[in-house]
Design a protein around this ligand. Sequence first.
Ligand SMILES: Nc1ncnc2c1ncn2[C@@H]1O[C@H](COP(=O)(O)OP(=O)(O)OP(=O)(O)O)[C@@H](O)[C@H]1O
Ligand SMILES: [Mg+2]
Length: 477
Amino acid sequence: MTMSLKNIENFIQSYINTIAIVLKLDITVVDNNLVRIAGTNRYSTEIGNTIHKTKFYQDVFSSGLPNIMCKKTRFSACYSCARYRSCSELADIAYPIKYNNDIIGVISLIAFTEESKETLINNDKSYIDFLKCISTLLASQLLVSIVKIPLKSNLSQIQNKSKVEFISADSRVKKLLETAKQTANSDSTTLITGESGTGKDVLAKIIHQSSNRSAHPLISVNCGAIPENLIESELFGYERGAFTGANREGSIGKFELANNGILFLDEVGEMPLTAQTRLLRVLQEKTIQRIGGKDDIAINVKIICATNQNLQHLIQEKKFREDLYYRIHVIPLHIPPLRERKNDIQLLSEHFLNHFNHKFSKEIIINNNVLDILKTYLWPGNVRELKNFFEYLTNIKMSGEIDESDIPPSMRHIPEMKTESSRSLKSMLKIQESQLLHSLISTTYSANGKKQLANQLGISVSSLYRKIAEYKLQQRG
Ligand SMILES: Nc1ncnc2c1ncn2[C@@H]1O[C@H](COP(=O)(O)OP(=O)(O)OP(=O)(O)O)[C@@H](O)[C@H]1O
Ligand SMILES: [Mg+2]
């Protein structure tokens, strides 16, 4: 996955707008392609442009260290810049933005007046410390954006070079893994269900690598990410001249690509009804017809479907064919959410901490109090959120122990569970309510969004606002 500051450009812009006013300085952020992602005042009109190459910025990218430019050093830092003569920057402090040990951008504080130049240069150490905090904050915001919006890749061929592991100490999950492996050679369709981030992709890979089809491809199709008018041609291919805009030579579809292997139909609940009808026919007859073609092509493909939706509900809403449901539900594998697998929270925490310690050459440890807090959190993003949490912490911590202060407020505002009073049903329900609302509300800033959410939850808008205030759920908007 590419980590681009562009993913959070709106956040960066609104953030630097505010701090520029407080600091009475200008601020700009460029990414590692030297594209200006955000900027205040005169730089706000240059967002999206590639900046001129300067030694000043290049030094930051190559050394990973902050850089300071003032009148004295201006010539050596900026002579290679095409704008050198017309530029009116009097001083600049630039700081790298790091993610996973990669430098993904640079943020800089700029003085255009004599007065702000004096302030900047005389207090350079404090400003560098300040930039360090902002740069960490931007990296963590980038991480949050990944947790919140699982990126949908249109269609990806799962690379199967390294062996994947499905880590679990939970007896239900262990049984599930056993069933998955035992049935891996069966040609019957498998339906993997579970909330987002529970490991459905991982399980599909485990089935593939345990099956007698492992030497053949595992082809993954995200049914929710392909436009409705393209999904049938993506799956079944098309003959030359089948429709306007199609490749003249025709194209083979994913079913044919997956021949002798496994086709993983991810987010199957989002498949349009017409494609569902064709899929049903394929499952019954084990042949496909390309769009615009007449021949039946025999295929030998094991199908694994996955969804985080309730297909029974979709059937009631007439969005999913009941007969298809029974066809794909032959081997059902349900992965329970992480909040129901307290032992796994500990095991996976240790696993991810080891993994990232190794990756970043660190020796960070975790204390038991933190593990207890992690076990009480509801993990709306499941294992993906837990993994990202440890990736983030191992990035920002240099050494030592993860303690309570490392847990972000949104996870930490959980009252202590150990006291008698907090163990009452009422207080436990409040904890659950605050965490659920936290996960629902964290991207719902607009008044309209809150109105819709209140409607969905069946509560009034004013009681939603009351709960937001009570649980201190939102700082913005
Ligand atoms: N039991 C597990 N052991 C090790 N890693 C896991 C496990 N479960 C999930 N992960 C990791 O968590 C992340 C999310 O898993 P995955 O993509 O399989 O979830 P998903 O259920 O397919 O999510 P979505 O519904 O959003 O597609 C991945 O990085 C995966 O490697
Ligand atoms: Mg998935």
